[in-house]
Design a binder for this molecule. Structure first.
Ligand code: SF4
Ligand code: SF4
Length: 275
């Protein structure tokens, strides 16, 4: 994303709109974007309304009014001179937008936003099968974001813990070697608003995977959230809760997918999915 120096009048309306604090008012009194911090989420471009005032005239009016201790300030959600210019992004920077702009579809998965459906459609996709545990680890959030170099530390630790990376996940698609959890070298310095790593482990290996995630959290330079999911038995019971409690987690189901989608092959699954 760029801001045109010719069009900006320095009203600062765009500064609080940025998802990661990349927009600031420079020494010249005009808005600038820190391109290293910007994750190309397009939130500024989508959230502001654009008016088409003449920049030179608007600057003059603002200057004159300021001398009179008055000011001309557009409504807070308006860029008065349409100063934003979206860049034509190329690889690898385009990865920032793919993971950060919820309006963009991931080419690898065909899903918007972070590019994964997680386990929301497990009743028909069967990502997580009976006896397995799905673990989703989300890196970054609005306000902080995450570099793929940071994510790679986690994927390498998880690979060493014996997890299986979910095939239909965009981070998996960017891996150079899934056996050791490395991510493509050319995207490691790209920063995104957030991304989700999805792995599957057997119930027997779940405690080890959770301990690995705890270690990752201690050294992380971003915010990390973890979610787990499992297929419950027909009577509603499941063995995952006991493992979670042993590992020091308070349990309580955040989400129950009721199984409204049904498998055409009834032998694959019986219960719904809890996460
Ligand atoms: S809202 Fe527009 S005119 Fe105001 S500071 Fe930002 S880019 Fe410049
Ligand atoms: S594209 Fe997103 S990160 Fe970049 S300046 Fe706009 S709001 Fe900030």
């Amino acid at each position: 994303m760029k801001i045109s120096k010719e069009r900006c009048v320095g009203c600062a309306n765009c500064v609080p709109i940025c998802s990661v604090g990349a927009i600031y008012i420079g020494d010249d009194g005009l808005a600038e974007i820190n391109t290293e911090t910007c994750v190309e989420c397009h939130n500024c471009y989508r959230s502001l309304s654009f008016e088409h005032l003449q920049p030179g005239l608007t600057r003059t009016i603002r200057r004159v009014l300021k001398k009179m201790s008055l000011r001309f300030q557009p409504d807070p959600d308006v860029c008065p001179t349409e100063a934003f210019i979206p860049d034509e992004l190329s690889w690898p920077r385009i990865v920032r937008r793919a993971f950060s702009d919820p309006m963009v579809t991931h080419e690898s998965t065909g899903v918007h936003g972070r590019g994964t459906e997680e386990v929301k459609t497990n009743d028909v996709s069967h990502r997580i099968k009976a006896g397995d545990v799905g673990v989703v680890i989300e890196f970054g959030r609005p306000g902080i974001g995450v570099y793929f170099r940071e994510v790679q530390k986690a994927t390498m630790a998880l690979a060493a813990a014996g997890v299986v990376f979910e095939e239909g996940n965009p981070v998996t698609q960017m891996m150079a070697d899934r056996a050791i959890g490395t991510i493509r070298e050319d995207v490691l310095d790209e920063k995104v608003l957030s991304c989700i790593v999805e792995v599957t482990v057997s119930l027997a290996d779940t405690a080890k995977a959770l301990q690995t995630v705890k270690q990752i959290c201690r050294a992380a330079e971003t915010v990390i959230s973890i979610g787990v999911s499992t297929v419950c038995n027909e009577d509603g019971s499941e063995p995952l809760r006991e493992i979670l409690e042993r590992e020091g987690y308070q349990t309580g189901w955040a989400k129950v997918n009721l199984g409204l989608g049904r498998a055409s092959n009834a032998s694959i699954s019986t219960g719904g999915t809890r996460s």
